[in-house]
Design a protein around this ligand. Structure first.
Ligand SMILES: CC(C)(COP(=O)(O)OP(=O)(O)OC[C@H]1O[C@@H](n2cnc3c(N)ncnc32)[C@H](O)[C@@H]1OP(=O)(O)O)[C@@H](O)C(=O)NCCC(=O)NCCS
Length: 153
C-alpha cells in the first residue's frame, strides 16, 4: 500500500537521484539537488512529501502571511508512473497546504508537459495565464491555480 509521509534527512540522496531521472538535463532546465531537498525538508514554510518506496515526491511552499501556496515541484519515477502516485502526492500536498493555512494552490508548468497539465486539470486547476519564455530553453509556462477544499486535522 502506498503511504505518503514527510521526507526525512536520509531521503535526500535518493530524491536527488529520482529528480535526475524525472527531469533529464536539457529537457526541463532546472534540476533540484540533494541540498535543495535537505532545505525543503527543514524549512518551516516548505513541506516535502514522499511515498514510502521513494518513487515520487512533491514539494510545496507557503510564504508566511500568504494564503496561496506554491507547488514547487512534483515527480514520479518513470517505472512508477500512470498508477496514481502523483494523484496521491497531490492529495497529500493540498491537504498539507490547507493545514498550513493556504486557501489556494498555484503552480507553473511547461506548456508542452501534457501529462502534468492533464494531472492538474483533472484536479480542477484552472488557467491563470501564460508566461512566454519562462524556461531556459524558451518554452512558455502555464500558470494554474485552484481553491483548496477545507480539511480537518
Ligand atoms: C506528471 C507526473 C508527476 C504524473 O505522475 P503519475 O504518477 O504518472 O500520475 P498519476 O498516475 O497520478 O496520473 C494522474 C493523471 O495524469 C495523467 N497521466 C498519467 N500518466 C499519463 C500518461 N502516460 N499519458 C497521459 N496522461 C497521463 C492522467 O490524466 C492521470 O489521470 P487518470 O489516470 O485518472 O486518467 C509524472 O509523469 C512525472 O513525474 N513526470 C516528470 C516530472 C514532471 O513533469 N513533473 C511535473 C512538473 S510541473
Amino acid at each position: 500500500m502506498t503511504t505518503i509521509r514527510a521526507a526525512r534527512t536520509e531521503d535526500a540522496e535518493a530524491l536527488a537521484a529520482l529528480e535526475a531521472v524525472c527531469f533529464p538535463a536539457g529537457l526541463y532546465g532546472v534540476c533540484l539537488r540533494r541540498r535543495d531537498f535537505l532545505n525543503y525538508g527543514r524549512a518551516k514554510s516548505y513541506r516535502l512529501l514522499v511515498d514510502n518506496a521513494l518513487g515520487g515526491y512533491v514539494a510545496i511552499w507557503l510564504r508566511p502571511g500568504r494564503r496561496t501556496a506554491r507547488l514547487v515541484s512534483i515527480a514520479v519515477h518513470p517505472d512508477r508512473q500512470g498508477r496514481g502516485l502523483a494523484t496521491a502526492l497531490m492529495d497529500s500536498a493540498e491537504n498539507e497546504a490547507r493545514l498550513m493555512g493556504a486557501w489556494r494552490m498555484s503552480l507553473e508548468v511547461r506548456e508542452d508537459n501534457l501529462r502534468a497539465l492533464q494531472l492538474y486539470r483533472i484536479r480542477g486547476y484552472g488557467d491563470e495565464g501564460r508566461l512566454p519564455h519562462y524556461y531556459e530553453d524558451g518554452m512558455a509556462a502555464v500558470r494554474l491555480t485552484r481553491v483548496l477544499r477545507p480539511v480537518f486535522p
